[in-house]
Design a binder for this molecule. Structure first.
Ligand SMILES: Nc1ncnc2c1ncn2[C@@H]1O[C@H](COP(=O)(O)OP(=O)(O)O)[C@@H](O)[C@H]1O
Ligand SMILES: [Mg+2]
Length: 180
């Protein structure tokens, strides 16, 4: 796919909403079509590019700005990017959108706090409720929902596979990806 179009699929949503799960499915689907897609997952980025940053508003913003910076470098050179970080603040997401000049596709991975808490895959909500984790998004730290995302995936109503399919269909319908 030499003439691949670069774009950024910017996943946002609570911890446990399904960002990592769905991003992997989308990554696989894109790779099967020969894409050179790269994934910037919040948890992975915090282990390297943003190692040492915490969860204050300032550190969260720095983390997201770094992700946006790299996503912009790649996507403007024809490499599709998937970012999968909570990215709780609307203003910083919008900053990323402005930077990326029409190549920014915001995906709201939607799940209520209650649903995420029930899933609690990593046991983080229990710890947050017990006060063992401070500044936990959705419990003791804000999450600002997207106002007008390009895509919303309703994870309480559809499977991860259905959400991935919805995203691929969007890319096809909007000229980012040729139809299979
Ligand atoms: N419809 C769904 N869509 C996405 N994930 C789901 C769904 N239903 C249950 N899950 C589960 O919820 C968890 C989401 O975790 P993860 O993808 O790590 O979330 P995040 O990266 O947003 O923190 C996974 O264990 C996944 O299997
Ligand atoms: Mg994740």
């Amino acid at each position: 796919m030499a003439d691949e179009k670069g774009f950024t699929l910017w996943f946002t949503g609570l911890s446990g909403a399904g960002k990592t799960t769905i991003s992997h499915l989308v990554e696989t689907a894109l790779r099967e079509r020969g894409s050179r897609v790269e994934v910037l997952d919040g948890d992975v980025v915090r282990e390297n590019l943003s190692k040492g940053l915490g969860f204050s508003k300032e550190d969260r913003d720095t983390n997201i700005r770094r992700i946006a910076f790299v996503a912009n470098l790649l996507s403007r050179n024809g490499v599709p990017v998937i970012t999968a970080a909570i990215s709780p603040y609307r203003e910083i997401r919008d900053e990323a959108r402005q930077m990326m000049n029409g190549r920014f596709i915001e995906i709201y991975v939607k799940a209520s706090v209650e649903a995420c808490e029930e899933r609690d895959v990593k046991g983080l909500y229990a710890k947050a409720r017990a006060g063992e984790i401070k500044e936990f998004t959705g419990v003791s730290d804000p999450y600002e929902e997207p106002v007008n995302p390009e895509i919303t995936v309703e994870t309480e109503e559809q499977s991860p596979e259905e959400s991935a399919h919805q995203i691929i269909t969007y890319l096809e319908d909007n000229g980012w990806l040729s139809k299979n």
